[in-house]
Design a protein around this ligand. Structure first.
Ligand SMILES: CC(C)(COP(=O)(O)OP(=O)(O)OC[C@H]1O[C@@H](n2cnc3c(N)ncnc32)[C@H](O)[C@@H]1OP(=O)(O)O)[C@@H](O)C(=O)NCCC(=O)NCCS
Length: 167
C-alpha cells in the first residue's frame, strides 16, 4: 500500500513547477506585484532552509526562505508559505515554518522577517516590527511586517531599508 504519511524535505529546483501551481492558486497572478516579491527577485532561495511538505509523493505545501538585508544586517525573508486547500488546518503550515526556523537557527542565522498576519504567526514566535524601524521596498501594511529573533537581541539596533541580497 502507498505510504501517505506527511514528510517535510528541503526544496530543490525540481519542485519549482509544483510550488508555482500552489502559489498561483493561493495568491493569483497579482502575487508578482506584491512588495515581498520585489525582495526575492533575482535572488536564489536558500534551498537548505526552504521546505516542501508531501503526502506520499504529492506536494501539498511549501515555504520559501530568501536571504535579504535589513539595513546593514543580513536576515532571512520567509514566504510565500502555501498549503494546498484540501490539506489546510492540519498543522502543515506551522510545521513548515517551524522547520525553517529550526534549520535557520542551526545554520547560525539570527533574524527572520515576513509579511503576514500576527494572528497566525504570533504563536510561532513572530512579533510586529515597530513603526518606522524598517523601510520596505514597496507598499506593505505596516501591521503585517513581522520579525522573529533566532538569537537573543538580534533585532536590536536594526533599522533602515529592506534590500535584496544580490551577490
Ligand atoms: C496560511 C496557510 C499557509 C496555513 O496553512 P495550514 O496548513 O492550514 O496552517 P495550520 O494548520 O498550521 O493552521 C491553520 C489555522 O490557521 C488559521 N489561519 C490560516 N490563515 C490565517 C491567517 N492569515 N490569519 C489567522 N489565522 C489563519 C486557519 O484558520 C486555521 O485555523 P483552525 O486550525 O482553527 O482551522 C494556508 O491557509 C494558505 O496556504 N493560505 C493561502 C496562502 C497564504 O495566505 N499564505 C500566508 C501568506 S503570509
Amino acid at each position: 500500500m502507498a505510504d501517505l504519511s506527511l514528510t517535510l524535505s528541503p526544496q530543490t529546483p525540481a519542485d519549482f513547477a509544483a510550488i508555482e501551481k500552489l502559489d498561483e492558486r493561493a495568491f493569483g497572478p497579482g502575487r508578482f506585484a506584491r512588495s515581498a516579491y520585489r525582495l526575492r527577485e533575482g535572488v536564489e532561495p536558500d534551498y537548505s532552509l526552504s521546505f516542501v511538505a508531501r503526502v506520499g509523493t504529492l506536494l501539498v505545501g511549501a515555504n520559501r526562505v530568501t536571504p535579504i538585508f535589513c539595513g546593514e544586517r543580513p536576515a532571512l525573508l520567509f514566504g510565500p508559505l502555501t498549503v494546498d486547500p484540501p490539506f489546510r488546518s492540519g498543522g502543515i503550515g506551522e510545521e513548515l515554518v517551524m522547520k525553517s526556523l529550526d534549520a535557520a537557527r542551526a545554520a547560525g542565522h539570527r533574524l527572520v522577517l515576513l509579511v503576514g498576519d500576527m494572528s497566525y504567526y504570533g504563536k510561532m514566535g513572530f512579533l510586529p516590527v515597530p513603526p518606522d524601524r524598517l523601510v520596505f521596498a514597496g507598499p506593505v501594511d505596516p501591521e503585517r511586517l513581522l520579525y522573529c529573533e533566532l538569537a537573543e537581541g538580534a533585532f536590536e539596533g536594526v533599522k533602515g531599508k529592506l534590500r535584496r541580497a544580490l551577490r
